[in-house]
Design a protein around this ligand. Sequence first.
Ligand code: SF4
Length: 357
Amino acid sequence: MNSETTYLRSYTLKKEQIPPVISEDIDDYERESLKKKIKELLDQQEAVIVSHYYTDSDLQILADETGGCVSDSLDMARFGNQSSAKTLIVCGVRFMGETAKILNPEKRILMPDMDANCSLDLGCPEDEFSKFCDENPEHVVVVYANTSAAVKARADWMVTSGSAVDVINYLKKKNKKIIWAPDKYLGEYVQKKSGAEMLIWQGSCIVHEEFKGKELASLRKNHPDAKVLVHPESPSSVIEQADMVGSTTEIIRAFGDMNAKKFIVATDKGIFHKMKELANNKIIMEAPTAGKGATCTSCAHCPWMAMNSLKKLLHVLKTGENEIFVEDQIISSAKNSIEKLLKFTSNNQSIGLANDA
Ligand code: SF4
């Protein structure tokens, strides 16, 4: 641990806060019938699907087929902003729907399941976080995209996994002390890269923190020709073994660009759909999550992302249920922290713009 880094108390979710991973069980006939009905309603309502890489491949395919987008959270929001659609159906988790609303307040934002959340968001309650910020007023508050609209409203900056190191380096050059929230692994990674003085909130992603360094080392031994691609929400023992550490978009790009046949990937396996579309001749292996300390969450798939399904998507299009609303005051403050990043990245060509959770 760097002597200038302070770690706050741990935010481990209770067992009952983590739902089981449930996939929709439908046959081909039902799938096609659901897709047909959804397509008709999308047309009628001038709506598009904006989907994250971690959702079910049925949703990703449908989003692509209907002129929507499949991407990371920031590009999902950007797409919504540029789209002429009146309604955005955000297939992802709660903070993504909120970010879409913050950047597109005039649009109707619907989500297939309002319970689709994120352990990072749940592990950073606005009241406790705000109190902590108030107690450390000399610090610049930097939060990750995976936070509620209210936490973003309390922050000075919102960052993504691909832009975090550059933003923190920039703040360090200005001799700023930093509050970082909520992901402790990404915070440690950024701190090591930048050497900045940081107070690190102790939240974590329940999917990425299951990847195991020791088991990964064994797998690499058996496959010395495999390249290791790691999302920085993973523990440092996993990050240390990576050939490339990056956001979802960067992982997909590296998979396509790297001159290798085999890849070990440490992120949610929903991303494999896009990777296979890009290079079907390459072999993808899941980074190990089992071994000592394995739990029911050790499946490398986010239970909240899995709540999105074709049936639920059709239901919200039919009923107009599950609309996302964010208070005007929160929208205006949260927009500041998001737009600061957008301005920073557009002024700095060295930073990838499309990076997220
Ligand atoms: S994979 Fe992790 S960071 Fe992403 S939405 Fe799920 S819990 Fe949150």
